[in-house]
Design a binder for this molecule. Structure first.
Ligand code: ATP
Length: 327
């Protein structure tokens, strides 16, 4: 079976004067999946999204969205996509329903068809009850859901979600996540929309994304499912000592065992380290600490969190340019 890609980019480059925001970004997002674009500040995520949504032209390389070239057929790309941002485009003076009807007209859905689609989306995002109150009285989570609904009015094949839950409380975040999962067909409710999600929350990418692309320095530095990325950097060991004086001793033992870079936490009395040696077991760690006379109250060996993966992958990139210079 051949895979159809909803978003495909090859060697995408973008320079702003001296600044090379993108330096050959390759993306391949299969149709109907959720791709999480992760990266530290300034990595190039927003620039990539701006190119893919036809808001700015690439300096080099090419990109196809829903099969259309962003440079040669920007109109066709725009008709295939929905874009929702972290800054809700909702007008506070209008009611929820009026907002959606306005967006429907802007999306080319006129008359009864536009009204019906607006009502359908209000229902879907559990906004029907509040629909006739002005949006200024709505909570942040409700406004964000309205923004998401607006992005879906024209049934886009590809939805760009730029930091959809920044600033929301956990319950509101959870409702957005469920809505996004439904869009891509995870839990019934239609589905089939391809989602390109940029987020600062690794937990969000972990929960939603089929594939994650870690962007750093304008390039993809790692691509894979959340599980693949985690397994690539090994597991994480953490020990809790009984007294602050024992922290450095425990770090020395873990350093010797793993060759990693132990991180000390004086408040929690823990030492944590990434373990790439799959043969290292918890009993071995405990025995080594015991032999060194370091008393511990707790010790764990677990898969890394996506935060740890992210820090590791992007830290690797930070040192790479120096190596390039040296070569
Ligand atoms: P953040 O997470 O902070 O939003 P990002 O990954 O989205 O970061 P971009 O906004 O794409 O990163 O920025 C990539 C680089 O390009 C940065 O160095 C930024 O300063 C630069 N840049 C972005 N837009 C412009 C512009 N219009 N003019 C000049 N430089 C720009």
């Amino acid at each position: 079976m051949t895979t159809t890609y909803a978003v495909l980019s090859e060697g995408l480059e973008k320079s702003y004067g001296e600044v090379r925001a993108l330096r050959g970004l390759d993306l391949a997002v299969p149709e109907g999946t959720i791709c999480g674009l992760l990266g530290p500040n300034g990595a190039g995520k927003t620039t990539a999204v701006r190119i893919l949504t036809t808001l700015t032209a690439p300096t080099a390389g090419r990109a196809l969205v829903a099969g259309h070239d962003v440079t040669r057929a920007p109109g066709a790309v725009r008709r295939s996509i929905g874009v929702t941002g972290q800054y809700a485009s909702v007008d506070g003076d209008l009611t929820g329903r009026e907002n959606l009807r306005l967006f429907a007209r802007l999306a080319g859905l006129r008359g009864a068809a536009g009204r019906a689609r607006a009502d359908e989306l209000l229902e879907r995002f559990e906004l029907t009850e509040a629909a006739d109150r002005t949006a200024s009285t709505w909570s942040g989570g409700m406004r964000r859901r309205l923004d998401l609904a607006a992005g879906l009015l024209a049934r886009p094949r590809v939805l760009f979600l730029d930091e959809p839950t920044t600033g929301l409380d956990p319950a509101a975040r959870d409702r957005i996540w469920t809505a996004v999962q439904e869009l891509a067909g995870r839990s019934g409710g239609g589905g089939g929309t391809t989602v390109l999600l940029t987020t600062q929350y690794l937990e969000e990418a972990d929960r939603l994304a089929d594939d994650i692309v870690v962007v750093d320095g304008g390039r993809a530095v790692a691509t894979g499912t959340p599980a693949e990325l985690k397994s690539r950097i090994g597991s994480h060991a953490e020990v809790t000592v009984t007294h602050p004086d024992a922290l450095t001793g425990a770090a020395a033992v873990l350093d010797r065992l793993t060759g990693g870079r132990p991180v000390l936490n004086g408040e929690r009395l823990t030492v944590g380290v990434t373990v790439s040696d799959t043969g290292l077991t918890l009993p071995r760690i405990i025995r080594a600490l015991d032999t060194a006379g370091i008393p511990v109250t707790d010790a764990t060996l677990r898969p890394p969190t996506l935060d740890e993966v992210f820090l590791r992958l992007t830290r690797v990139r930070e040192v790479a340019p120096e190596k390039e210079h040296a070569a």
